[in-house]
Design a protein around this ligand. Structure first.
Ligand SMILES: OC[C@H]1O[C@H](O[C@H]2O[C@H](CO)[C@@H](O)[C@H](O)[C@H]2O)[C@H](O)[C@@H](O)[C@@H]1O
Length: 566
């Protein structure tokens, strides 16, 4: 915990520094007196600054910063600042060094046996080889002086998403691991899980990512999904035994305290569900200038603090940002994530409960197995009572009122808008048990307007945010496709295969055009990449690679099926 305190201090002290170059850049570009209304030029990324490491003790760095010459308006001239950063900070790339994964081979034995088409097979091997590019280990310097770095000293190598995302991310890792399993890289997959478990041991939950500035929140909880999938392919009971205590701790984090919400239904029965809620009410250090700019539209400090909490809680949801969390879809200051019961979060926690039950059973801990089976039944009842909308044939988010006490169910508080997250419950076994409901959900998906020529759109709203139309994201394609496959009907499998083929083709064409895999894609046209949001679109890219490999593993690719877009 001492280390966490030191790291938080580094961030708190670095934060004012990150704001300076933005203001000064605008001064420099204009070549005259600064306009203090500017929060940075287009393309400026504050994350770069919080990723730099200190060269000396923080106190010395701060003393030196205070000695810098100031302009009349008390700002530091941009050249002085640039040379200060050069002298006192190391490069952002130095903390993590490239490492070849121990279990990487260029063509693994039994790799994607159902992929027969030579062109697709060659590309799949290229995608597989990207694990090499994205593999990193924490440098010795970070272990030696953790207080000089915002990067957390994880022991095993990791797979990073890519580009500006230089560290391991929580929910991304699930799809990275799915790809690693297709690539037969079991040791790398286990190493990632052991790293995440070490975060639970230290902080009580898995952080958004392995940086000190991510300690105030988690991300969609998929640790149990990673463990159960690795276990089902390796049979490694040691992994199960070592991970169970962390899973119990993580379950407690998500089902109690600020994350827990109680709703009373029409019959007077109480249901416990969960929400996203970050432990932070300041600008996110990695996006400080963006958050300051957004909050500048509000005048009152209290409102600003609440907005910062909503922003960080939205980052906890993984859907940062989306009209899904906004009262006015074009105004980010109306984010209200802590006032929403998200359908996907509760589906993930239900899955966590089932996974814990089954993992505990596999190592003979029958008491825990029974307790979590019961917990999953209660959550299923809660989801079906509060979040199921029979008319739409979808499970939906629920808007909470302002009360912090027990809330009484009001059906009009369901969010009737269609998002890809409304179909995530299909991924979880108990929601596939009623054939009539499944049929209704499948028809609802087909007529929802979400299914496009290059995959499933995130929503129907073009808000300019990245988790909205027209972007399609690999994790959403995967959960919906795998959910459909597991429904067991021919109709569901055909729809799943159709979506998977579209997704593979768009990833393939974009790769051929740009030479890289992308973080998100535009589902309107095969081969187009996504956009919008607060940072420039990123490449690499961990979860996209993982989902392509997982889809090719499931569906294969016959020789006579064209990979080119129709
Ligand atoms: O720096 C801005 C935000 O960036 C991250 O979010 C996005 O990238 C993540 C890594 O691929 C992904 O997990 C998330 O779903 C994306 O929206 C980060 O996770 C945020 O916390 C951060 O504020």
């Amino acid at each position: 915990m001492a280390q966490k305190a030191i790291l938080n201090l580094v961030i708190a002290l670095l934060f004012p520094l990150t704001a300076v170059p933005l203001i000064m850049t605008s001064t420099f570009v204009a070549g005259k007196a600064a306009s203090y209304e500017s929060y940075g030029h287009k393309g400026f990324d504050p994350k770069l600054y919080v990723d730099l490491s200190l060269k000396n003790d923080l106190s010395i760095t701060i003393q030196e910063f205070h000695k810098l010459p100031r302009a009349e308006n008390d700002s530091v001239p941009v050249r002085e600042l640039a040379s200060f950063i050069e002298s006192h900070f190391g490069d952002a790339e130095e903390d993590l060094v490239h490492v070849k994964p121990v279990d990487f081979v260029p063509e693994p034995k039994d790799f994607l046996p159902k992929v027969k088409n030579p062109e697709v097979r060659a590309w799949a091997l290229e995608v597989h080889s990207l694990w090499n590019n994205l593999s990193r280990k924490v440098s010795n310097g970070v272990f030696h002086r953790p207080d000089y770095h915002t990067l957390l000293p994880l022991k095993s190598p990791v797979i990073i998403p890519g580009s500006r995302f230089r560290e391991v991310y929580y929910w991304d890792s699930y799809w990275v691991i799915r790809g690693l399993l297709a690539s037969k890289m079991y040791e790398t997959a286990k190493g990632i899980v052991y790293n995440l478990i070490s975060l639970v041991d230290e902080f009580g939950y898995v952080l958004n990512g392995a940086r000190a500035y991510y300690t105030n929140r988690s991300q969609p909880p998929l640790l149990s999904s990673m463990i159960i999938d690795i276990y089902s392919q390796t049979g490694d009971k040691d992994l199960v035994a070592k991970s169970l205590p962390a899973l119990l701790k993580e379950h407690d984090f998500w089902s109690s305290g600020i994350h827990k919400v109680i709703i009373e239904d029409a019959e007077g029965s109480s249901h416990a569900l969960s929400r996203y809620y970050a432990m932070w009410n300041k600008p996110r250090p990695e996006s400080s200038t963006t958050d300051l700019e957004t909050a500048s539209k509000l005048s009152n400090t209290c409102e600003k603090k609440q907005l910062y909490r909503e922003v960080a809680s939205t980052a906890e949801s993984g859907w940062d940002f989306s009209s899904r969390w906004m009262r006015d879809v074009f105004d980010l200051t109306t984010l209200a994530t802590t006032s929403i019961i998200p359908v996907d979060l509760n589906a993930f926690i239900l899955k966590m409960e089932l996974d814990i039950s089954s993992l505990a059973h596999s190592i003979g801990d029958y008491g825990t197995a029974k307790r979590f089976r019961k917990a999953s039944e209660a959550r299923k009842k809660a989801i079906n009572s509060i979040l199921w909308n029979a008319e739409m044939g979808q499970w939906v988010d629920y808007w909470l009122g302002s009360s912090n006490d027990v809330i009484t169910l009001n059906v009009s508080s369901q969010n009737k808008k269609t998002f890809a997250s409304n179909f995530v419950p299909l991924w979880i076994q108990p929601f596939r048990s009623d054939a009539k409901i499944v049929d209704k959900v499948i028809s609802s998906l087909q007529s929802s307007g979400l299914v496009h020529p290059a995959g499933i759109a995130t929503s129907l709203t073009d808000s300019g945010q990245q988790w909205d139309f027209p972007n399609g994201w690999a994790p959403l394609q995967h959960m919906i496709v795998e959910g459909l496959v597991r429904c067991g009907s021919e109709k569901a499998r055909a729809l799943a295969q159709d979506i998977a083929i579209k997704w593979i083709r768009t990833n393939y064409l974009a790769f051929k055009k740009t030479g890289t895999m992308h973080e998100k894609y535009d589902v309107r046209k095969c081969g187009d990449v996504g956009g919008g949001g607060e940072y420039t679109p990123q490449t690499g890219f961990g979860w996209s690679n993982g989902v392509v490999l997982a889809f090719l593993e499931e569906f294969g690719w016959p020789t006579d099926l064209k990979i080119e877009c129709p």
